[in-house]
Ligand binder design. Sequence first.
Ligand SMILES: Nc1ncnc2c1ncn2[C@@H]1O[C@H](COP(=O)(O)OP(=O)(O)O)[C@@H](O)[C@H]1O
Ligand SMILES: [Mg+2]
Length: 582
Amino acid sequence: MMLHYRLFELTKGIRNRVILKAVIGISITASYAAQAVLTARATEGIYARREWADIVTIILGIITIIGVRALLLWGNEAYAKRASIIVKNTLRQRLYGHLLKLGPGYLEKNRTGKLQSTVVSGIEFLEAYLVYYVPHVLVTIIGAGVILGYIFTLSISIGLIILSAFLIALFGPRLWNKLMAKYGWSHWQAFAVLNAQFLDSMQGITTLKAFNASKRRGNELERDSRDLFQQTMNHLKISLLKTGVVGLATTSGAVFAIGLGALFVARGELALSQLFVLLFLCREAFRPIDELNRYYHQGFMGITASNTIFALLDEIPEIAESTRPVTVKSKEALPEIVFNDVEFAYDKGLRPALGGVSFKINPGETVALVGESGSGKSTAVNLLLRFFDPIKGEIIIGDHNIKDYTLEDLRSLMAVVSQETYLFHGTVEDNLRMAKPEATKEEIEKAARTANIHDFIMTLPEGYNTIVGERGVRFSGGERQRMAIARAVLKDAPILLLDEATSSVDTANEKMIQRGLEKLMVNRTTLVIAHRLSTIQNADRILVLKEGKVVEVGSHFELMKLTGTYAKLIQAQQEERCVQYA
Ligand SMILES: Nc1ncnc2c1ncn2[C@@H]1O[C@H](COP(=O)(O)OP(=O)(O)O)[C@@H](O)[C@H]1O
Ligand SMILES: [Mg+2]
C-alpha cells in the first residue's frame, strides 16, 4: 500500500470526489460479495434438492445484482473521467499559483523541462493516483474488511488464515519498497531528463541546425530514450516480482481456507451450505487487493510524483509580500527613485552583482545607466521590480521602501522594455492587451502607432487578429521590441525602465524604436540602460557602473572630459562602429 503521509493535504478541494469514488467502489465490491453469497445459496440449493421456485428466485436475485453492477461500473468510469479533469485542474492551479509566487528567481535556477515534467506529467500521474489508487485503498480496507468480518462469523480459524494472507498481500510488498523506490526514482529521473532534453532541442532547433549539431543531439536523445526504456524495464521487472508474491499469498490463502473448511465439514463442525459460501466469498475477499495490485504502477508513479510536487510546494518564495502594504498615491504624481547603499548577490559567496550602489532619480528625470556587460545594470532593474530583494540597503520609490507596496501595486508603477520580449501564443491584440486588459481597440491601435508597429501589424494576414507563432517566430527582434514599446505605452506607468531595448536590432529598426521610445519617455521617470551612445546622450544624467559600483556620474560632456571609464566605453564603441561600416 502506498500512501503519502501528507496525502490529506494534497486532497484539499477534491476530498468529496475521492470519497464518492470510494463509495461507488465499495458498492461494486458489495455487489460481488452479495452475488457470491447468493451463488453459494443456489449451489447449495441444487445439491440439497430444494424447491425449484426458491432456486429460481435466487437466480433472479443474482441477475438483478449483475445488472445493478453493470450500471455501477459504468457510473464508476464516467465519474472517474469527470473527477480526473477536476482533480487535474485543481492541482494545476495550486502549483501554478505557487510557481508565480516563487517568481523568476526560482525559475531561473531550475531547468524548465524538469519543472515541466513536475507540473505537467507529475500531475497526470498524481491524478491517476488520486482518482484510481487512493479510493481503491479505501475500497480494499472497507470492502475486504467487511467480507473478512463475515467470514470470521463462520469460522474464526478460517478467518485467521484469510486475514494473514490478506496482510501478507497488503504489506508484504513493503519488503520491496526500498528497491522499488530506487527503481521508481531512476525511472522518474530518466523520464524528466528526456523531457527536458526534448524541450531544449525543440527550442534551440535553429542553433542546432546552424552548428550542424542536430545529428549529435539526435544521438543524445536516442541515448536518453534508451535509458528511459531500460529504467522502465527494471521498474517493471521488480514490480512483476512483487505481483507474483501477492498472487501467491492470495491463492494459497484461499486454498488453505477452503481445505480447512472441507475438513471442518467432514468433522461436522461446519455446515455444507457455509462451505459453499466460503468457497465463493474467499475469491471476493481477495478481489479488491488484486485490483489494487493492478493500480500498482499508478500508485508508485503517483507517490514518486507527489514527492517532487511536495518539494515544489515547499519552496518558500524569496520575495515576501508586505503584511501592511501602503496604498499607492495617484499615478499622476511622478515618483522619484532612490537607491540607498544597495548590495545584492545572486548567490551567496559570489562577488556581489551590485556592491553598495547609491543614486537618486528625480521625478520626471531620465537617468542612464552605462557600463560593460556584467557590470550590474540589469540587476538594478531586477531589484526595482522585486524579482529579488537586496541583501543590504534599501530602494525607495515615491517616499516608500519598495517592500512596503504590494507586489502588484509596485509592478503597476513600472513599465519595462527589455532586450528580450516574449510574445505569447495568441493574437497580436491579446499580446498587446495584456498590458491593459480593459483597453479599447482604439487605444490598442493608438499605442501601436506610437510604437511604430501599427503599419507592420497591418501587413499581417489578419492584422490585429493574427495568431503569433510560438516564441514569436513571425516577429523579428525589432518588431518584438516595438510590440514591447506598445505594451509600455498601453500600461502608461509613471516609471519607465528601458534595459537595452535597442541592442539586438539593426540600425533601421533602431531609429524606429528610438522614435517610439522618445514619445514614450515624455513625462515619466525613466531609467534607461543602453550601450549605444545615441540613446543615452539625451539623458539628464549618466551613471557609470563598473563591477557593481557607481564609478562616475555626470552629463555626456562632463564624463567625456573626465577621460575615465565612460570615455573609454564610448571610444571602444566608436571603434566598433568604424569596423562595422568599413
Ligand atoms: N540570474 C542570475 N543568476 C546568477 N548570476 C547572475 C544572474 N544575472 C546576472 N548575474 C551576474 O550578475 C552580474 C551582473 O549582471 P547584469 O546585472 O545582468 O549585468 P549587465 O546587465 O550590466 O550586463 C554578472 O556577473 C552576471 O553574471
Ligand atoms: Mg543586462
